[in-house]
Design a protein around this ligand. Structure first.
Ligand code: G3P
Length: 224
C-alpha cells in the first residue's frame, strides 16, 4: 500500500454530498474513471463513510483529519488507529478548514504514521509548505485559502505558489510529493499543475458539487 500515490484526491468536505448515497455515487464514479484511465484517484469522504466506501470500492480512502492522540482517555478525538481500522488508507492533516498549530501537525503526522496511514499535510503558503516537508509526510498539499471553493484555478491564478512550494518542499526533503489544490476543476488545470512541478491535485467542489461527477473526473484525468 505504501507505493500507492494518487494523482487526484477528491475531498468531500462536509458538503451535503459527503455522505450517504451521494458519497457512494461519487466514489463509484471515481472508481470507474480510475479503472478506465489507469490514473489513481483517492477520496476523502466524511468519517462515517470511511468504512462503507473502503469496503465497496477499491480506491484509497482518506480521513479529512486525525488528532495527535494515541488510544486512551481522550473524548471527542479522531484516533488514527480507529480510522485505519475503519479502512482508511491515509489522512489529510491541517486542511485550511481544519487548521492546526505546528505542534499539533507534528503530533497528527506522528499518530498517522504510527497507525500506518499515508499522510497529506495541507499548507497555505510557501513557508508552511517548507515547514510541513520537515515532518516528512507522504504529500504536502498547497492550497491558497483565498481560492478554495471559488472555481478559480490555483494553476492559473497563482502558478508561482505551486512551483515555489515544490522547490521549497524538495529542498527540505526530495521524497515528499506535492499536490496542488484550490479551484481545480478541469484536465487543463491538472495538466498545468503537473507542468509546474506538482505530482497531482487535491480538489473538492469541482467534483463533489458537479451534476455529473463522472464527466468531471474523466476530464480531470484526461491530460495526465
Ligand atoms: O481540499 C480541497 C479543497 O480545499 C479545494 O477545494 O472546492 O476549491 O476544489 P475546491
Amino acid at each position: 500500500m505504501s507505493e500507492i500515490f494518487p494523482k487526484v484526491i477528491v475531498n468531500f468536505k462536509t458538503y451535503k454530498e459527503s455522505f450517504g448515497s451521494s458519497a457512494h455515487n461519487i466514489a463509484k464514479a471515481a472508481e470507474m474513471v480510475s479503472e478506465q484511465s489507469g490514473v489513481l484517484i483517492g477520496i476523502a469522504p466524511g468519517y462515517m463513510e470511511i468504512h462503507p466506501l473502503s469496503k465497496h470500492f477499491s480506491l484509497p480512502v482518506y480521513a479529512q483529519h486525525v488528532d495527535g492522540v494515541t488510544p486512551g482517555a481522550h473524548t471527542g478525538h479522531i484516533l488514527a488507529e480507529a480510522v485505519r481500522a475503519a479502512g482508511a488508507f491515509g489522512t489529510l492533516i491541517n486542511h485550511s478548514e481544519r487548521r492546526l498549530t505546528l505542534a499539533d501537525v507534528a503530533g497528527a503526522v506522528d499518530a498517522a504514521k504510527k497507525a500506518h496511514l499515508q499522510t497529506v499535510v495541507c499548507t497555505n503558503n510557501i513557508m508552511t509548505s517548507a515547514a510541513a516537508a520537515a515532518f516528512s509526510p507522504d504529500f504536502v498539499a498547497i492550497e491558497p485559502p483565498e481560492l478554495i471553493g471559488t472555481g478559480v484555478s490555483v494553476a492559473t491564478a497563482d502558478p508561482a505558489i505551486i512551483s515555489n512550494s515544490v522547490n521549497a518542499v524538495k529542498d527540505i526533503n526530495s521524497r515528499v510529493r506535492v499536490l496542488a489544490g484550490a479551484g481545480i476543476s478541469t484536465g487543463e488545470c491538472v495538466k498545468k499543475a503537473i507542468e509546474l512541478g506538482a505530482d497531482g491535485v487535491l480538489l473538492a467542489s469541482g467534483v463533489v458539487k458537479a451534476k455529473n461527477p463522472e464527466e468531471v473526473l474523466s476530464d480531470l484525468v484526461s491530460k495526465i
